[in-house]
Design a protein around this ligand. Sequence first.
Ligand SMILES: Cc1cc2nc3c(=O)[nH]c(=O)nc-3n(C[C@H](O)[C@H](O)[C@H](O)COP(=O)(O)O)c2cc1C
Length: 194
Amino acid sequence: MEEIPGDAPDETHETVDRLHPLLARRWSPRVFDPAHELTEADVDLLLEAARWAPSAGNSQPWAFHAARRGTPEHAALVPLLAGSSAPWASTASLLLVNLCHELVEDTDWEYSEFSRYDLGQAVAHLTIQGEAMGLACRQFRAFDRDAITALLDVPEHWSVLTMAAVGRPAPEAERGPRASTRTTQVTWPREDDR
Ligand SMILES: Cc1cc2nc3c(=O)[nH]c(=O)nc-3n(C[C@H](O)[C@H](O)[C@H](O)COP(=O)(O)O)c2cc1C
């Protein structure tokens, strides 16, 4: 597995050493290497990981618009990023728009109770696939949702939910304090507590 810059795992958590390295070292950089490029085959592989994610009733309620830096599709997305995301997201090798199948076409019936849940899971799988390829991913909401919806001519029964910036973290990228702290609200009954 390729090492990526800034990938120190969270040392405050006692079991982190036993986590799979792909999970332990995952983090969301805000500085991407502006010289790094992804091939079309790389993008296909990332999307394949999303495609193989589980979903309720195998409904697969997701779609992705992928734009590699240097393409017209990418140039069209960059002005629609928010001021807070544009500086780092625009230099990533790839921008992804993550879309969710919300309604049955031409109705107000929910397509699936779990559409958003399933989209998130598909993006999570893509993120870990990226990690295995020496890439990092920062998901984000900081963009003009209406403008991207219009740009992509998204039908009414789909919604643009999130975006993701994917690429190689720049050497100076550092895992911030927010990224390395975790609450411990996951609890379960242990033998010693009974
Ligand atoms: C749905 C979602 C929306 C997010 N939106 C933003 C955003 O708008 N801007 C941003 O800088 N980071 C955004 N993030 C990244 C989170 O802030 C980041 O994952 C979190 O701080 C934990 O850090 P880590 O991923 O490095 O562990 C978002 C993440 C998710 C999953």
